[in-house]
Design a protein around this ligand. Sequence first.
Ligand SMILES: NC(=O)c1ccc[n+]([C@@H]2O[C@H](COP(=O)([O-])OP(=O)(O)OC[C@H]3O[C@@H](n4cnc5c(N)ncnc54)[C@H](OP(=O)(O)O)[C@@H]3O)[C@@H](O)[C@H]2O)c1
Length: 315
Amino acid sequence: MELMEFGWTGEKISRIGLGLWQISDAWGLTDYNAAKKVIETAYELGVTFYDTAIVYGDGLSEEYLGRVIKELGIRDNIFIASKIPGEYLARDDVYRAVELSRRRLGVDVIDLMQVHWPPLWHNIPTCEYMKVLENLVHHGIVRYIGLSDFPVELIDSARACLGYTDIASIQIRYNLVERDAEKEIIPYAVANDLVIIPWSPLAKGALTGKYTPDNLPEFEDVRRKEPIFHPSNFREVYKLVKVLEEVGEKYGKKPAQIALNWIIAAYPNILPIPGAKNPDQIKVNVGSVGWRLSYEDWFKIDQVSREVIIRRVIL
Ligand SMILES: NC(=O)c1ccc[n+]([C@@H]2O[C@H](COP(=O)([O-])OP(=O)(O)OC[C@H]3O[C@@H](n4cnc5c(N)ncnc54)[C@H](OP(=O)(O)O)[C@@H]3O)[C@@H](O)[C@H]2O)c1
């Protein structure tokens, strides 16, 4: 497994992580043994970064990850990232949320605790929750702090609340057909030596090549209302998928592997965390690291991807 440093922390982690939102009703991986196989396969293939959250399956994702860690005895070999939802950011709630996360995960220390999204509806001052997180770092309960789905202005304000540590990472929506993060957030992260953690790096499966405009299912999961899969958008996405297939043939790689490698090649310090529903998917996704697209192929994909516009307002 190719390794990378987790930004300024210097921690060595795998070049690709595993997203664990799939362990939830939203995605449907709710059978423990099936979920265990995915995590176990990822671990055997050298994945050391696991991204979960309190809201994934209302704690199920954390609980299953904790059970697998205990059964396999792998706590010391992996990096656990979880998230506190924007609703739980009042002072006491942060302490309680982290305590419950630790219990579900069955660990003393959480490696990266991210604020999942800003407190949109509860009027909690930014410094209130950032100072609690810093206090948890001081006590060794949380090792590093991360932000997720924050705009640059608020990231700046949040960092200014911290006295003796800094955030280590920024998690954002980013993939070949949703590239708005390139305008502000990614340049900010690069300039500030913060790790960029792109979520939905496979555009929720749209870039894998297994969905075509002719076989697009009526999704029953989180994708039911996902604009990427609206036929008018997906027809555009599919033009890019054909290019990923074409480039993939040169490298003996699948479209998903080309899509993930394109992200890794795009910036320093970027850590995609694709989700996987079964061991075969994680095997493919791990095959996206340890090599690089040529500059010419990277650029060709870049150009085609820029022509894809995902419209969220559909007329
Ligand atoms: N911070 C946030 O707000 C936020 C938001 C979203 C996600 N996340 C994190 O990011 C992770 C990844 O994002 P995501 O789950 O939304 O999307 P994603 O990683 O782009 O897509 C995952 C889905 O694509 C399909 N897939 C994955 N690998 C495949 C392969 N090799 N071949 C064919 N199909 C494959 C699977 O679904 P099917 O088999 O059903 O097609 C899988 O569930 C999540 O697990 C979560 O940890 C964070």
